[in-house]
Design a protein around this ligand. Sequence first.
Ligand code: DUC
Ligand code: ZN
Ligand code: ZN
Length: 485
Amino acid sequence: MQLDLAITGGTLVTAADMFAADLGIKDGRIALLGAPGTLGGAARSIDAQGMLVMPGGVDSHCHIEQLEPDGGVNEEGFESASRACLAGGTTSVITFSNQFKGHRIRDTLEEYKARARRGAMVDYSFHQIVTDPTEAVLAEDIPALIGEGIRSLKVFLTYDTSHVDDAQYLRVLAAARRGGALVTVHCENYEAIRWRSAALLADGRTAPKYHAWSRPRVVEREATHRAIALAELVDQPIQIFHVSCSEVAEEIARAQARGVKVWAETCPQYLTLTAADMDRPGFEGAKFMCSPSPRDPADRDALWQDLRRGTLDIISSDHAGSSYDGDRGKAAHGRDAPFTQVPNGVPGLAFRLPLVFSEGVSSGRIDPCRFVQLVSANPAKLFGLYPRKGTIAPGADADLVLWDPSRRVTLTQALAQHAIDYTPYEGRVVTGWPVMTLRAGQVVMERDVVTAEPGSGRFLARAPYPMIAPSGRLADGFDASAFPV
Ligand code: DUC
Ligand code: ZN
Ligand code: ZN
């Protein structure tokens, strides 16, 4: 076979193994693997001596070009987000289509697809956010979008514009069970946060650091427990987004031990930042505000234990498109705005893999195979993209990152290549860096220069897959989800 491209001399890393091999690419896919020096002819060859060759990152939680109920749109568009992804070794994303309360889902999804078709330079799918599960949305929109290959829904248990109550959450779980989709959940208690925030403001405690005080660990733990308990009642598999601390992971571990189909992720911000970052001078702390809040150094360190034992199985970015100084940025209401008026979220598409590799592999906490599991293979599996994404095997898309494990790099805003005007990781030194990214067999980033074409990303329709099937364990054997009530 005449290969289009051969990658030779590198060490291949998958979720399972690490071995010296050459890799051949044909028509955008991995065609064959061979012992070093044994591949046949290739039109082009890349020397990967000294490099790890890993599957491109799959970021299963990031907010890109998201439309907001006030008529605005996230400052991070598909093109700039893709540039950041490719710079950092990520080749696929699952971002969001957002339902506004009082509106149907079906029109919004088309708008997101059109935006992605114009700008995306990575492959993409969507989670559908459900904020208003009316009868029509449950009976018509959700089955239709699942039929189009959107096999994950997201619900928020907090935020004024998006939270659902328990009755609504149960109905979304039931609709997902009927249609065959995963439900993903933002777990924080809405009323508890409102109550504490009002009290903090009444006491004049308005600075960014009080964001953490408004939502302590127990607020996240309670919502996580409730999200799991109701999912268990319906027998609907769920994933918990952005777990910030072990107190929450313990709830998940307990449910997993009972055999509940619940998975969970954390994000680099919870492994690297702490609440003290929000107490920086002036309004600088706003740059570190995200929800749930970063916690204490001990929480940050303990999360690695949850990642090692598998309670947490995915590390996503939760990249959020709010700048610092822009019109929709964190300082848009002034540099003395109360924390309740500051948009939540931190940018993280570009530095997800470098931060996790450095803190995880270079620091000796995890091995390279676990790294591949956390940032690529596991998100691909949980969200129905595997084995097309997330592995190096014949037939898989040739989405690869060539990684220099010993290169030391100081993170800067310029290296992030996103549209957001800052990075919370400015000045942090990492060990391990992506030197080349390939998507569908094409080199799309080399030495920090991204060369992909806007619109070259492909929509990833997700077919049914067994991992997210209900367990079949129902109280009294009664399947209440069969009745669309
Ligand atoms: N939290 C979210 O739930 N979404 C985006 C940003 C954030 O911090
Ligand atoms: Zn969230
Ligand atoms: Zn999010």
